[in-house]
Design a protein around this ligand. Sequence first.
Ligand SMILES: NC(=O)c1ccc[n+]([C@@H]2O[C@H](COP(=O)([O-])OP(=O)(O)OC[C@H]3O[C@@H](n4cnc5c(N)ncnc54)[C@H](OP(=O)(O)O)[C@@H]3O)[C@@H](O)[C@H]2O)c1
Length: 310
Amino acid sequence: MADNTGSLSRVKLHKNGPEFSSLIWGSMRSEEQFTSAAELADFLRFLLDQGITTLDTANTYGSPHPYTVEEFLGDALRQTGLRDRFEIVTKCGIQRVSPHRTENRIRHFDFTEAEIRRSVDRSLNKLGIDYADVILLHRPDYLMDPTEAGGTLDALIAEGKTRYVGVSNFSPSRYHLLASKLNAPIVTNQVEFSPIHLDPIANGVFDTAMIEGHVPMIWSPIGGGRLMTGDDPYVFKVRAVLSEIAARNGLAGPAEAAIAFVARHPAKGIPIIGSGKHERLTAAIEAVNKPLDRQDWYEVVTATSPMLEL
Ligand SMILES: NC(=O)c1ccc[n+]([C@@H]2O[C@H](COP(=O)([O-])OP(=O)(O)OC[C@H]3O[C@@H](n4cnc5c(N)ncnc54)[C@H](OP(=O)(O)O)[C@@H]3O)[C@@H](O)[C@H]2O)c1
């Protein structure tokens, strides 16, 4: 296996947290991208070759029906025999309607101890791993009892089921609510951020990350592909600006300019790339190593918010 890991740096998520690669691969679309676990296993080896060691997944991912990706990923991981070379992040708490969860009448969220434990046990089993590197609470459960959720996460660490815990899509107040009842550090908040989704730069999420000393994980840095394929005037305009910036900076194209945009914010969020294509991952590595300069960055923001009033 070629060793060119030097091209991607490592990032410590929190002073008492794990170290990740500075690009993460997300498995959400994997069943549409790979025809077999063997093909996905080859892709996982390719990721390691590139220095991408951190994998993101969730109990709920699956296509056409939710709750199947972890099994697919676990099968591929087993085929590589390289679990110890990866950091594996999975999530719990989203309840979706699926033939695999006939008890769910509607989509909802559940951070009770019973559900967190059931979900984590299922995830470890499907992924074929003894422990996760990080377990995240996936989306806010507005009925969360913070003492119950915090106590459960601490217990999962004590039991060796996960090394670290974190949250996803949490507002600053929700983050602080959980943190007040948790002994372990919240090592990340995984949030959406891209040139067409600027919320965390203005709603306190990135400020909180910097104050509290954790590194965010960034989902859909190119808008889940919409930034590249969307044809509404708003997306068209942002894509045109990103294309010009890419040309000026020697980046492959607007998708890469979007990644370089995301990487520029001082919260130092780590982009999770959802592509299943080798060439898009290698171009993303180049992009994350070439964050935009201040004026290019503001040009992107201005394309969506001309008065910079977010
Ligand atoms: N915490 C949460 O609530 C949450 C929510 C959503 C996602 N996530 C995580 O974040 C990860 C990444 O999300 P994402 O997949 O939406 O990220 P993304 O990287 O913004 O989008 C990936 C999609 O864009 C397409 N794409 C990439 N480059 C393209 C290009 N140049 N032209 C056209 N299409 C292009 C990819 O297709 P190809 O495969 O053909 O390249 C893929 O379908 C997920 O896998 C998941 O792990 C977390």
